[in-house]
Design a protein around this ligand. Sequence first.
Ligand SMILES: [Zn+2]
Length: 366
Amino acid sequence: MTPFYVSSEIYRNSSYGPKHPLAVPRVSVCTDLCRALGWLPDTVYRDAPMATDAELARFHHLGYIAALRQAERDQHVSADVRETYRIGAEGNPVYREVFRRPAISAGGVMLAARLTAEGGIVHCPGGGTHHGRADRAAGFCFLNDPVLGLLTWLDHGLDNVVYLDIDAHHGDGVQDAFHADPRVLTISLHEGNRWPFTGAAADTAGGTARNFPLPTGCNDSEFAYVMQTAVLPLIAARRPQAIMLQAGADALEEDPLAKLSLSNNAHRAVVQAIMPLAPRLVVLGGGGYNPFTTGRCWALIWGTLNDFPLPDRLPPDAEAGLRALHYNRAAGRNPPDHWFTTLLDTPREGPIRDAVRHMTKEALST
Ligand SMILES: [Zn+2]
């Protein structure tokens, strides 16, 4: 079955504000790269619909949904709303599309779940807002589209699904939403000692979660060790009906918000390893604050899902699109050439530290 690509043009010119890490484009970079590579015919593209209030209310509180709508309308929130719902606070700014953008992400992931109800693969790079809470914003996430997608699968009668999260930050919102729910196993690989400071190796959320906190500087070899020793056997043993992968790109070496050292070979390997493990697969985006490495990573995932041969050098249109991006960070002032000319990174292999072995053992024994 041909994979579908679910996305929206709303991401193209949307920004959380000039000083915010989400000032940069990501989803549009991925889409443009895929189009320039000839990988995205109209027949596989599906426009993400905006979720209705009733759909959002499957997880979110109606008062919070109304507050988000009002924040977009007014472009301002009261001190009370800021305090209650964390809108306009803690990295969750009031911006132009503060309701529509997350509601379209949610609608996209729910559409992805419906498209795969009988089987299949969907890439939905605008999804992945894994920190969102039922009644408040958290960690740049206003709504929790992974939770809404997983609930859509459950509402279609599925009762054995796996949520795998390889974002640099712990997938706390999804883990907590399915705390002690035996239908959903949530697995998170993330940088330890980083916000939100949850997801220790001993944390199993009532027996339905596994957590693998990685040390600073985690390389491709260490990541592959955790995947092969622990994560893939856990998933295979469960024989899930569906897998949702949150493929945040902030664990890549060049990301400004985390200190892990993966190349995008790690993301490619995860996708290749989980594709045979379930008849349904939905891949989401997530974090990723370097527009070059994030866009390339998510385009690489689309190529991997389709088993397209990878070019050694990007075609001229793809390169021109990347060169036209603005990235207002130190690394953006003197960007390395491979950000413009390649899709696949050079692997970042290295020794497997004892800390990684010990953490994996602890996570498996809890
Ligand atoms: Zn993240």
